[in-house]
Write a protein that binds this ligand. Sequence first.
Ligand code: TRP
Length: 406
Amino acid sequence: MSVDAGLPHRPGAPGRLDTRPSGRVSSCPPPRDAETLGGHTARQLLRLCETAGLSGPDSASYARTLLTALGPVGERPLDLPSPDDSFLSDDHTPVEFSLALTPGAAPTLRVVLEPGCGAPDLARNGHTGLEAVRAMGRRWGFDTGRLDQLEDLFFPSDPQGPFALWCALEMVPGGIPRVKVYLNPAASGQERSAATVRKALRRLGHRRAFAALPEGDRHLFFALDLGEWDEPRVKVYLAHHDMSAAEAARLSRVDGGPGPAEIASFFRTMAGHDADGTEPREGRDPRLDLRPVQSCHAFTETAAERPSGFTLYIPVRDYARHDGEALDRALAVLGRYGIDPAPLLSSLSAVTPRRLRDGVGLVAYVGLAHQVGRPTRVTTYISSEAYAVRPPAVGAAPSRRRPTAG
Ligand code: TRP
């Protein structure tokens, strides 16, 4: 069966998608300028869908959804530079994949994308994004009312900050994704971002949520689940600069879930801090000082005093020399939770043929996620690298930098 989703066929392309057993591989690949951003990322998505066990028709439908959501930048030749400086990924590809992994269950494949990428300014980027999400709502019959209610807060006429709107799709069987929208709390200015988050939470009825958040250095994202979710969430993401494992262990405000020791151990493994076996002592814990750790706090019940979900994200790419190292750490964590590593391994090769040690950033983040009443999940964020591969770091692992004082 061929899952070509109507994409132009590229004989001989690495990991080509024509799975018909013709046995013929062209020795003369077409010129690279035949490839487009949309074609490249949609092929990555098709291969990922296949490894995630989605059917051919579902995979094809998700690839088309990606192309529709990307709009005109999808048709841009891949040889041209990225359409803009999208904050979504390090090489500015407006697409990032992720896998949510739990013990004994099929992985969930997701994709985050920026529908407004390539717009002439952030205001138009945001409006393109809003329109794309509303079009999905019309197509799949979900209500965007909760997003519409927040329009003035997140889409001012002269928006600030690193992005306007991202949209994530969880590619569940059936071809209709679960949709999430990410908004920028700094849209009306960085100094207003806490107030923006507080107002947005209140408007959605979560009157006690803001007070339940831990301290952070910056509000990074405000996210909404839209469509067919069992329990749609509102999520607030915080950045934490120079954080240590012991500090990260105290960020969760959820009842139950991974305790402080478990969170600290996840942090140390992903940061590479337990590689030398030394017991960290309070105050001597190394800090992640290159790119901030992030925490996410999810709210479901409006009356609840506490969040129902907590996730800690470690930007492993900034603290590992190469992706082989990043993957080893992720595998150690998966092993601890009894999670089958095969889907992660096959997903990495679905996205790129390169050797893991030849670059860093394919594995962008690894998260440890807990939602009340559900098993702990490990989420792994996989870069498209459509435009660039970051070269591996030379010398000592960035994770081995010691704190300067105390
Ligand atoms: N590229 C941004 C960053 O690295 C945003 C981002 C993309 C992100 N994927 C993510 C943040 C996953 C947290 C988790 O921060």
